[in-house]
Write a protein that binds this ligand. Structure first.
Ligand SMILES: [Zn+2]
Length: 851
């Protein structure tokens, strides 16, 4: 049994080239595993909950925007179902094999209930908590966001500012001056640098590091001021300040960090307030000033500083992203950011403590392989999971799986495994995923077990409300190792492979890993394979606004401008450019043309095989095979063997390239060119003719089977049209059954063919491009041992060398060839110089025509 767990695509919008890379690569694995003899389980999934769908239904114009949770959730369900239908059609159109009748969707009651079961176990292990903490916040959609939901725009120039805070109790004697201390009255400032200037009114502290050297500087333009103004900045960052400010600075001395730690400075907003300078481990002198502006509620490290110094954390920005009245009249109600931006704000949220789990998971990762082609990416996943400490799992929306819990007026939360399982059971039995929203609070508390498990103090009971936050979608799909499986037997089997885009190191690979290690102390998969993304021929990302998005339907089905390359064309493109790497897969007209050319050459190869087999019954033949045919079948065997091992290693690009080469070189150049004469001119039914037909038949049959994971439609077409083929369906036999028996080959075959290939090269070189050697005789000189080999197939030498006649001679000097005019006459039928004087045709052609 082999299982591939489908990382569910988001149930929104049409299928795109990104889906094509992902689903087709998965199909290569599924089909090749079937061919390798495994029973395979691959259940397709869809990730249905989340913000994009919920925002979309708010914007639909035709109908009034849904208001109640019920309306929103049922509208969202419709959006998801429509997308699932469209995407599923596309995936099937691409020839993807999957359990299409039993897909899993994260919105189904079965999935939600199974997800809640596991969530209950996380709660029981005390890994889930609710607290006031900074999280990434989306003011426009009014909800917390996961780190992986943030889209970083690299081109966006963030507004950064230098800002000075007036130091209160730092004075001249604490400075190590490089020359005579100044005599003028002096004022010292701490210089900070921030990319979030809107948090300056919310400043709570400045952090410095004992490992950094700090300088005392003066701006040249301020030297003649009546009061000397000095700035403190990390020594390494003075030149950067000069560059950014376009001001010359003078370094006048240094100050030790211990003389800064514990000092106070004036708040820039509340003039009467003195704020502290703390020491913190995250401060560095690679960017900024080495003095870090700290706002406890608005940064993750800032939060840690507050906790370690016993500071109180308050947020003066509300959930809409506006300053609150605590900051005074000037800022009250003003929006801190433009719309659509996301920043770290503090609010009450649910978290999973993943610090210890991440470390445990990281050490377990040694057991698995994480790869893209030949590169090992395990280290990057290990690093990502060890640096994470909390996972914010709550969202203030309604289209999702609920977080069952009760909350009192002070924000204290009460939940338990019993409560969660009770909701899971209700969901499972009713088939209704809205139950949490619908159920009456009293009904929950009426259940004795549930009520007892929640341990609610009596006096808060009247204030209780149901928690209406929903779960982060990464928790939905992250529990697929449990919830996407049908029963305990399926769950016993650890998924063999997961395959997703390289971005899932931050997403799904992690959420599967952390939850599985937390609950089962077991890895959720044995192997991770990653792929890259699609870009255009000029290396641009696909984007609707640039207009370079390639619609996979236009590729498969064509348009007025573009030739249809069919599902197999799309698949071949994925094999050639989407597999064996985590880099980008290019797509564009030139690349499509190249794919098309390759597919056409494959089709032509197969067409020749099928054409040559007309009238052949497909059965094994009793007479010995001609040397040329033995050679052909022998290379088919090696190709099959090599391809099997490439499938085992998931090397689909190698298979695609090998196949193209095989058809062009081994088949067309080394076989068709030589066998054509026998196939066209020998008597039908003769041993020599049957030998060629048998060879073509076997070649077509073996190739059609072995390439079926990549090109299933071409494969099925070949099997369908191949005369005398009893097997018309792909993947009915394992690839191992395709290899021929040794009895077909004479022992000296490969040595003999080595000499033949050498002779072909020499012959080609001496003939040049103008002479058609098929109409010539040749005199061959070879070493005695080579002559001995050639003698074993002497009668076949004209065919093996594609000439009219061969005279074999021994020579100590090695291989050489003389081209001569034939002494025999030209035969009109076979166009060779094989006719005896006086005859109408050569003897072979005469035989072929006698009825
Ligand atoms: Zn002839």
């Amino acid at each position: 049994m082999f299982e591939l767990l489908d990382g569910p695509p988001y149930a929104n919008g049409e299928a795109h080239t990104g889906h094509a890379i992902n689903k087709i690569l998965k199909d290569f694995i599924v089909k090749s595993k079937i061919g390798l003899g495994y029973r395979v389980r691959f259940r397709p999934g869809w990730d249905c909950h989340g913000l994009p769908i919920e925002l979309k239904i708010g914007k639909q114009k035709e109908t009034p925007a849904p208001q109640s949770f019920k309306e929103i959730r049922s509208a969202a369900r419709i959006v998801a179902d429509e997308a699932i239908g469209k995407q599923m059609n596309a995936f099937r159109r691409w020839g993807v094999t999957a359990d299409w009748d039993k897909p899993y969707t994260t919105k189904s009651s079965k999935y939600v209930a199974a997800q809640l079961d596991i969530f209950g176990q996380l709660v029981e292990q005390k890994l889930v908590y609710r607290t006031f903490k900074p999280v990434y916040w989306s003011p426009s959609s009014n909800t917390a966001l996961a780190e992986s939901e943030l889209e970083y725009n690299e081109k966006h120039q963030s507004t950064s500012v230098y800002f000075r805070f007036k130091l209160i109790n730092v004075s001249s004697p604490e400075i190590i001056w490089s020359s005579i201390p100044p005599s003028k009255p002096s004022q010292f400032y701490a210089l900070v640098w921030t990319t979030t200037p809107w948090t300056l009114p919310l400043n709570n502290a400045i952090c410095v590091s004992p490992n950094i050297k700090y300088s005392v500087i003066q701006f040249e333009r301020e030297i003649n001021n009546p009061t000397s103004t000095y700035y403190i900045i990390a020594s390494n960052l003075v030149s950067e300040l000069e560059k950014q400010s376009e001001q010359k600075c003078r370094i006048l001395g240094t100050v030790k960090s211990e003389n800064l730690i514990g000092k106070k400075y004036k708040s820039c907003w509340h003039n009467e307030l003195a704020l502290p300078i703390y020491e913190a481990p995250h401060v560095s002198d690679t960017v900024g000033t080495g003095l870090v502006h700290t706002s406890f509620a608005h940064g993750f490290q800032d939060y840690d500083v507050a906790v370690s110094n016993g500071e109180r954390i308050q947020s003066f920005v509300d959930s809409r992203g506006c300053y609150t009245r605590h900051l005074g009249h000037d800022l009250d109600g003003k929006h801190v950011l433009g719309d659509g931006q996301r920043e770290a704000l503090s609010s009450q949220q649910w978290f999973i403590d993943v610090e210890e789990i991440g470390k445990r998971a990281s050490s377990m990762l040694d057991e698995i392989t994480v790869s893209a082609g030949d590169s090992d990416l395990r280290g990057s996943l290990k690093q990502l999971v060890t640096t994470r400490n909390s996972w914010c799992i709550s969202r203030q929306r309604v289209w999702g799986t609920p977080i069952p819990g009760l909350v009192d007026e002070n924000g204290e939360a009460y939940t338990s495994r019993e409560l969660i399982e009770w909701v899971a059971d209700l969901t499972r039995k009713s088939g209704n995923t809205d139950v949490w929203w619908e159920v009456d609070l009293n009904k929950i508390l009426e259940n004795e077990d549930v009520r007892r498990s929640l341990k609610i103090p009596k006096d808060v009971i009247p204030q209780l409300k149901k928690n209406v936050d929903i779960m982060d979608v990464w928790l939905d799909s992250g529990l697929a190792w449990h919830a996407a499986k049908e029963n305990e037997m399926e769950r016993e089997h650890v998924t063999d492979v997961v395959l997703e885009g390289v971005d899932q190191f931050r997403g799904w690979f992690q959420s599967l890993l952390l939850t599985s290690v937390a609950v089962k102390n077991k890895l959720p998969y044995r192997k991770i394979i990653v792929h890259g993304f699609c870009i255009d021929e000029k290396n641009n990302k696909m984007s609707k606004s640039v207009g370079n998005v390639v619609d996979p339907i236009l590729l498969t089905d064509g348009s007025l401008k573009q030739k249809a390359i069919g599902a197999d064309g799309l698949r071949f493109w994925v094999a050639l450019s989407g597999s064996e790497n985590a880099g980008e897969s290019k797509i564009g007209p030139k690349i499509i043309e190249d794919v098309d050319r390759k597919i056409v050459s494959l089709r032509n190869g197969f067409r020749f095989m099928i054409g040559g087999c007309q009238g052949f019954n497909g059965n094994p033949i009793n007479s010995p095979l001609k040397t040329l045919d033995q050679d052909m079948l022998h290379s088919v065997d090696s190709f099959v063997k090599k391809t099997i091992s490439n499938y085992e290693e998931f090397k689909f690009r190698t298979v695609a390239n090998d196949l193209t080469q095989f058809i062009q070189r081994n088949f067309s150049s080394n076989y068709v060119k030589y066998v054509r004469d026998r196939l066209y001119c020998d008597k039908i039914g003769s041993e020599s003719h049957l030998s060629a037909q048998f060879t073509l038949h076997r070649t077509a049959y073996s190739l059609a089977h072995i390439i079926s994971p990549l090109l299933p439609h071409l494969s099925a077409e070949v099997l369908h049209h191949l005369p005398g083929s009893h097997e018309k369906q792909i993947l009915r036999h394992t690839f191992m059954e395709l290899q021929s028996e040794e009895k077909y080959y004479m022992p000296e075959l490969s040595q003999l063919m080595k000499v033949v290939h050498e002779l072909r090269t020499v012959l080609e070189a001496s003939a040049g491009p103008k002479i058609d050697t098929s109409k010539k005789d040749i005199i061959v000189y070879v070493k005695p041992e080579q002559e001995k080999l050639l003698k074993t197939s002497e009668l076949e030498l004209p065919e093996l060398l594609n000439v009219s006649g061969v005279e074999l001679n021994e020579s100590r000097d090695g291989i050489s060839v003389e081209i001569t005019d034939s002494k025999r006459r030209y035969c009109e039928r076979c166009r060779k110089h094989t006719r005896k004087d006086g005859d109408n045709l050569c003897s072979r052609c005469f035989d072929a025509l006698v009825v």
